[in-house]
Design a protein around this ligand. Structure first.
Ligand SMILES: *[C@@H]1O[C@H](CO)[C@@H](O)[C@H](O)[C@H]1NC(C)=O
Ligand SMILES: *[C@@H]1O[C@H](CO)[C@@H](O)[C@H](O)[C@H]1NC(C)=O
Length: 166
C-alpha cells in the first residue's frame, strides 16, 4: 500500500514538473515564417514593451523616447506616434557632475510602461539618475510629470518589474 502510494505521488510530481514543449519554434530568416523588423535610426535601447488589449498597438519604452507602433498587420509594423522624453539640462548637469557618463547613464531610460486605466498609461524612466514618472494618454500626450524616487531604477542597467494595483 505504502509503495503504491509513493509511486502515485512520484507520478504526479513527474507530470507537474515536466515543461510543456515550446509553442512556436522556427529558424531565423526561415521563408515559412518571415520576421517583420522595425527600427528608427534615432531610437535605441528599446527594453520595455506593452501590448494593447486588442493586440493592435505596441507601446515601446526606449532611451529618451516612447513609441506607439501599429502592429495590427502581420506583414508590416508602422510608427503611429513618438514622444521624446529626455532629462532636463539641470538633471543632465547634476548627473555628469556626479561622474556619470553623459551619453550612457545620463539619459532617460524608460523602464516602466503600464496601463493605468482605459485612457492613460503610467511611464517611469531613469532620467539621468533622477527617476521621473508621467501619466500619458493613449496617443502619447504627456498629462502630468513628476519625480519618482523608488518607483523605477536610477540605473539604466538595473532591470525591474512593475505592477499597478487598484
Ligand atoms: C485615468 O488616469 C488618469 C491619470 O491618473 C486620470 O487623469 C484620468 O482621469 C483617468 N481616466 C479615467 C477614465 O478614469
Ligand atoms: C544601449 O544600447 C547601446 C547600444 O546597443 C549599448 O551599448 C548600451 O549598453 C545600452 N544601454 C543600456 C542601459 O541598456
Amino acid at each position: 500500500m505504502a509503495s503504491s502510494l509513493a509511486l502515485l505521488f512520484l507520478g504526479l510530481l513527474g507530470s507537474t514538473c515536466a515543461l510543456p514543449p515550446p509553442r512556436i519554434s522556427f529558424l531565423l530568416n526561415s521563408p515559412e515564417r518571415p520576421l517583420v523588423h522595425f527600427s528608427l535610426t534615432d531610437v535605441s535601447n528599446t527594453t520595455t514593451l506593452l501590448l494593447s488589449n486588442d493586440s493592435s498597438t505596441l507601446y515601446v519604452g526606449a532611451r529618451n523616447a516612447i513609441l506607439l507602433l501599429n502592429v495590427s498587420r502581420s506583414d508590416v509594423i508602422s510608427l503611429r506616434s513618438k514622444v521624446t522624453w529626455s532629462p532636463s539640462q539641470t538633471d543632465t548637469r547634476d548627473c555628469v557632475n556626479k561622474g556619470q557618463d553623459p551619453e550612457g547613464d545620463c539619459q532617460n531610460f524608460v523602464h516602466v510602461v503600464q496601463r493605468v486605466n482605459s485612457t492613460h498609461l503610467y511611464v517611469c524612466g531613469s532620467n539621468a539618475y533622477n527617476p521621473q514618472q508621467a501619466f500619458i494618454d493613449m496617443e502619447l500626450s504627456v498629462v502630468q510629470q513628476d519625480k519618482a524616487r523608488g518607483r523605477c531604477p536610477f540605473s539604466p542597467f538595473e532591470r525591474s518589474a512593475a505592477v499597478i494595483i487598484g
